[in-house]
Design a protein around this ligand. Structure first.
Ligand code: HEM
Length: 187
C-alpha cells in the first residue's frame, strides 16, 4: 500500500539528526540519521535503532471551509528551501480516545483552535500528518513539518502556542526530532 511509511532511525537517509528532545514521556534513542521510507519496514534494519511505522489517511476533523482554507495556502513537502524538518511523534491518553468524535473535534478546534492557529504559519511550514494508533505503535501520530531555517523561531512559537491549549492536556507522550537535510543521501 503506498500510504504506508516508516521512519527509520539509524545511520542512513536524507535527514541528519540535529537534536532529539523528549517533551513529555520517554524520548527516542540517539541516532545520526532518519530515513523516511514509503513502505512498511517490519524490522529494525542493521545499524538502526528504531522504526516508527505509520500511514497517511483521510481527514477526520477538518470541515469543508477549513479544508478550503488549508488547500489555498499549504505548501508541498520537499521544497528546496525547506532545509529543516521536525518529526514530532505524539500519543494521546485513554481519556481522549474514550470521547466521541464530536467531543474530540470540539476540544481540537472550537476550544483549542488547532487549525486556525496552524493556518497562521502557512505557507512557511509544510506539514504531513501520519496515523499509527491503529498499527499498535507506541505513538498515535507522527507529525512531520518542513521549513526554511529563517522560520525556525516562528515554528517554535507555534509549538508553544499548541502546547498551551486544552488539546495538549490529553498528550501523554511527545518527542521532537529536529532534522537537517543532508547534502549527500546516506553515509
Ligand atoms: C503548521 C501548522 C499546522 C496546521 C495548519 C495543522 C492542521 C491540522 C489539521 C487540519 C488537523 C486535522 C486533520 C483532520 O481533520 O483529520 C491536524 C491534526 C493534528 N495535528 Fe496539526 N496542524 C499544524 C501544526 C501542528 C503541530 C505543530 C503539531 C504538533 C506539535 C500538530 C499535531 C497534530 C496532531 C497530533 C493531529 C491529530 C490530532 C488528532 O487526531 O487527535 N499540528 N492538524
Amino acid at each position: 500500500m503506498d500510504n504506508r511509511y516508516s521512519f527509520v532511525g539509524g545511520d542512513r537517509g536524507t535527514w541528519r539528526v540535529a537534536e532529539i528532545r523528549a517533551i513529555v514521556g520517554d524520548g527516542l534513542a540517539a541516532v545520526d540519521r532518519v530515513d523516511v521510507v514509503n513502505q512498511a519496514v517490519a524490522e529494525v534494519p542493521p545499524n538502526s535503532r528504531w522504526v516508527l511505522q505509520s500511514f497517511t489517511s483521510n481527514i477526520r476533523y477538518a470541515k469543508r471551509d477549513e479544508i478550503t482554507q488549508l488547500r489555498a495556502v499549504q505548501p508541498s513537502l520537499n521544497r528546496s528551501e525547506a532545509a529543516i524538518a521536525v518529526l514530532i511523534p505524539i500519543k494521546k491518553n485513554a481519556q481522549w480516545w474514550a470521547m466521541a468524535q464530536d467531543e474530540r473535534r470540539a476540544i481540537f478546534e472550537e476550544q483549542s483552535h488547532h487549525t486556525a492557529t496552524g493556518l497562521e504559519y502557512l505557507p512557511q511550514v509544510a506539514r504531513q500528518l501520519h496515523h499509527c494508533r491503529d498499527l499498535g505503535e507506541p505513538f498515535d501520530f507522527l507529525t512531520w513539518f518542513e521549513f526554511a531555517p529563517e522560520h525556525t523561531q516562528a515554528f517554535n512559537e507555534l509549538l508553544m502556542r499548541m502546547r498551551d491549549t486544552k488539546e495538549w492536556n490529553y498528550v501523554e507522550c511527545e518527542v521532537e526530532v529536529w532534522l537537517h537535510r543532508a547534502l549527500e543521501r546516506s553515509l
